[in-house]
Ligand binder design. Structure first.
Ligand code: TYM
Length: 332
């Protein structure tokens, strides 16, 4: 049997280069060889403040981004998390075997708590348990996600281990759940344009979205901080300049990279030129995506039927796992 792959993205607006390089590129690399399920995780989306009146639209945006990026419904299943209710059932069952203290210690929980001090809800604490249920509902073994998700995957492996030991299989002897690992891409950490931290949808000025046109990309890059460019020496390891070089490495060819590295070392770098070449290199990669997206936008009926069919398939697979879990836990 082929290995199963699972990943998901929250519906918090258009995808940005971080989502694309850290997650979607991994999904694309895996869809040919594995059984893949890729999700719009709307239940994770609502753990931070959001606008219910635009949520359905945001979900559709991610579906369109997935299809335009090249996720092919003939090769993988696409789901919307809340339409497969087994996710929440399994998450609840997992919550009965995992300590609260461990969840309170997670860096992602602490960050969100600091970011939204008036919105510290149970769902936020529960986030990694639901993420675990997402993956294990389909017995996913490989998870294409950025490096920021590693602490959550550690929780997933702990829960899988704990479940397997608390509710062992009889008969065949095979374990109920695998211990999933992250599938890494070159862009596992795409830096912020602002010079600190990672590219993120919640930080204005940090990102470029996949639907930005060339002029918007130029504008966003022009605002990225640099230095005087006359110092020379080694390229810094962090900050605005380091981040521009990281993006250059991810998008531009070797010749361009070598040229600007050389110029930096000599103290002759012209950041306006670097930013212009980088804008064009990014846009070159995004232009075919944007053209395909327009085609799918013009064909909502096709998109709807593809998703409906895919979700039906997911529900069947999900119910198989739930039957096994309910039985093992003595609930059936
Ligand atoms: P979300 O929506 O925050 O992020 C979606 C994906 O994009 C990756 N990512 C990045 N990768 C590299 N550099 C960046 N700057 C960057 N910013 C975001 C994230 O690592 C992620 O892969 N918790 C998940 C959603 C989720 C999920 C799951 C993922 C829920 N259930 C089950 C996998 C399996 C998240 O971070 O979504």
């Amino acid at each position: 049997m082929k290995k199963r792959v699972y990943s998901g993205i929250r519906a918090t607006g258009r995808l940005h280069l971080g989502n694309y390089l850290g997650a979607v590129k991994g999904m694309l690399a895996l869809q040919d060889s594995y059984d893949c399920i890729f999700s719009v995780v709307d239940l994770h989306t609502i753990t931070v403040p959001y606008d219910p009146s635009v949520l359905q639209g945001s979900i559709q945006e991610i579906v369109l981004d997935y299809l335009a990026a090249g996720l092919d419904p003939k090769k993988c299943l696409l789901e919307i998390q809340s339409q497969v209710p087994q996710h929440t059932e399994l998450a609840y069952l997992f919550s009965t075997i995992y300590p609260v203290s461990r969840l309170e210690d997670l860096p992602t929980y602490k960050e969100k708590k600091a970011q939204y001090p008036k919105y510290v809800n149970m769902g936020l604490l529960y986030y990694p348990v639901l993420m675990t249920a997402d993956i294990l509902l389909y017995k996913g073994e490989l998870v294409p996600v950025g490096i920021d998700q590693e602490p959550h995957l550690e929780v997933t492996r702990e829960i899988a281990r704990k479940f397997n030991s608390m509710y062992p299989s009889t008969g065949s002897g095979s374990l109920t759940f695998p211990e999933p690992v992250r599938f890494k891409t070159n862009g596992e950490h795409v830096p912020s344009l602002s010079g600190t931290g990672k590219m993120s949808k919640s930080v204005e000025g940090s990102y470029i979205t996949l639907t930005d046109d060339l002029e918007t990309i130029r504008k966003r890059l022009r605002a990225a901080p640099t230095d005087s460019g006359t110092k020379g020496g080694e390229i810094p390891k962090e900050g605005g300049v380091a981040n521009l070089f990281k993006l250059l490495e991810l998008f531009a060819d070797n010749k361009t990279n070598t040229k600007y590295t050389h110029d930096y070392r000599q103290g002759t770098i012209r950041y306006a030129d670097l930013k212009e070449e980088l804008s064009q290199a990014i846009y070159k990669e995004l232009a075919p995506f944007q053209a395909r997206r327009k085609e799918f936008e013009a064909n909502p009926k096709l998109v709807e039927s593809v998703i409906e069919e895919s979700i039906r398939e997911c529900q069947k697979m999900a119910e198989e796992t739930m039957k096994e879990v309910r039985k093992k836990m003595g609930l059936e």
